[in-house]
Design a protein around this ligand. Structure first.
Ligand SMILES: Nc1ncnc2c1ncn2[C@@H]1O[C@H](COP(=O)(O)OP(=O)(O)OP(=O)(O)O)[C@@H](O)[C@H]1O
Ligand SMILES: [Mg+2]
Length: 394
């Protein structure tokens, strides 16, 4: 596949003139290395993975750093987290030099914890998720956005299977002493079946025969390695008792479909998971949109004890809220907006700036149409334009 422009490029370019170091994190195979090498073609490139290289760097970090020509891309920094202390000293020696250290790393490694804190103000941290629909318009619910899946959709099933295996073996084992990887694999399968639901750890622990703290730890791994999105409930005090449990989604709709054993469009169309998978796709597209622009997620769901539910509440700043309902249909109906209308009425005047039903229509039929007063319907391919309105208000 020819190089496809990443939305995050703009943010990286913006940061590189102002920060001594950049760190790109994100799930495996999301395109981190490709992005940095494409954006900084003249930078030296060092992959910190080969055991010989890693051993050399650990044994004599000063000589290693002295041998580099700056700027340099240090790929897979999590393999030598001790190097951060030396980097920091060099940066503090010449704080005026910007954009010299271009790093990638997974934040799951235990020693990576605290790195970003200790490098505060010195390193700009970014998260690169798989392609969004804005970046590659051919992404589908079934395939998701991993570049390698989009490049070879015919063998997506094989790719996902080996991704899960490699991911489990490399990343998960590196973090914890999970001896029984097959239990973790079953855990992921169970989680896939809970996508779009409120997280119930006890309910997950029981069938796997593990403790609730173990489930908490495993969820932490999946979250920090960019595999799942935990969406907290929105609560601002407006006189309603609300629910506090987060909702669970997967970052990549293709991966979760694969975990559920959904292999083709026709089984997807009749699957009981179609609704939750589509909702997850919308969650992921919103998160991608925000992270690619260096913005906080600020994504919530709403549910009160009376059962009023709205899929997504996006806090766009200035106390302005965008409400979104995801409907896995190509024909949105005014009734789909009912809970948003009720929530809007329950909130202080002008708290809700916009509201939309996002439907599963094709890209050609994604354009916004009015659904009811103050509420539009649009296809998920138009979601990015909707979110962009905040950045460039009409
Ligand atoms: N912007 C892009 N356009 C086209 N193909 C891409 C792009 N980014 C990544 N790819 C392809 O996706 C694959 C994975 O990319 P890459 O190795 O950069 O990911 P990564 O996040 O560094 O993965 P890892 O976590 O394994 O280091 C490569 O085969 C690459 O060619
Ligand atoms: Mg890489």
């Amino acid at each position: 596949m020819r190089y496809k422009t990443r939305t995050l490029e703009k943010e990286l370019v913006r940061a590189v003139g102002h920060f001594p170091a950049l760190l790109v994190t994100g799930p495996r195979r999301s395109g981190k290395t490709t992005l940095l090498r494409h954006l900084f073609p003249s930078a030296q490139y060092v992959l910190l993975e080969d055991p010989d290289v890693v051993a050399r760097v650990r044994a004599d970090p000063h000589s290693f750093l002295d041998s580099l020509t700056l700027p340099v891309i240090l790929d897979e920094m999590q393999n030598v987290p001790g190097l951060f202390a030396y980097l920091r000293a060099r940066i503090d020696h010449h704080p005026e030099r910007k954009g010299e250290w271009l790093l990638t790393g997974s934040q799951e490694a235990p020693l990576m914890k605290g790195v970003t804190e200790s490098m505060a103000g010195r390193v700009a941290v970014f998260s690169l998720l798989p392609f969004s629909a804005e970046e590659v318009s051919t992404t589908t619910l079934l395939q998701g956005g991993f570049p390698e899946v989009l490049a070879a959709p015919d063998v997506a099933d094989i790719w996902f299977r080996s991704y899960i295996q490699t991911y489990l073996e490399r990343d998960v084992r590196a973090v914890t002493s999970i001896r029984d990887l097959s239990t973790f694999r079953r855990f992921m399968g169970l989680l896939a079946g809970r996508c779009g639901q409120m997280l119930n750890k006890t309910d997950l622990a029981a069938p796997l025969g593990v403790s609730v703290p173990t489930i908490t730890q495993w969820l932490g791994i999946l979250e920090i390695t960019g595999q799942i999105i935990l969406t907290p409930p929105y609560y601002e005090n407006f006189g309603k008792r609300i629910v506090k449990t987060p909702k669970l989604y997967f970052v990549d709709s293709g991966l979760v479909a694969s975990l559920l054993g959904i292999r083709d469009a026709s089984s997807l169309a009749t699957s009981p998971f179609l609704g939750p998978l589509f909702e997850g796709l919308v969650a992921s597209e919103i998160v991608k949109h925000r992270l690619n622009r260096g913005q906080e997620r600020n994504l919530y769901y709403f549910r009160d004890r009376q059962g009023l539910e709205v899929d997504f509440v996006l806090d766009e700043g200035n106390r302005r809220l965008l409400l979104i309902e995801a409907k896995a249909t190509r024909t949105p109906m005014p009734d789909d907006a009912r809970s948003m209308i009720r929530l809007r009425a329950a909130m202080p005047p002008h708290a809700v700036s916009r509201a939309a039903v996002i439907h599963a229509g094709t890209a050609e039929r994604a354009a916004p149409t009015p659904l009811c007063p103050g509420i539009r319907a649009m296809g998920w391919h138009a979601l990015h334009a909707l979110l962009e309105e905040t950045n460039h208000p009409a």
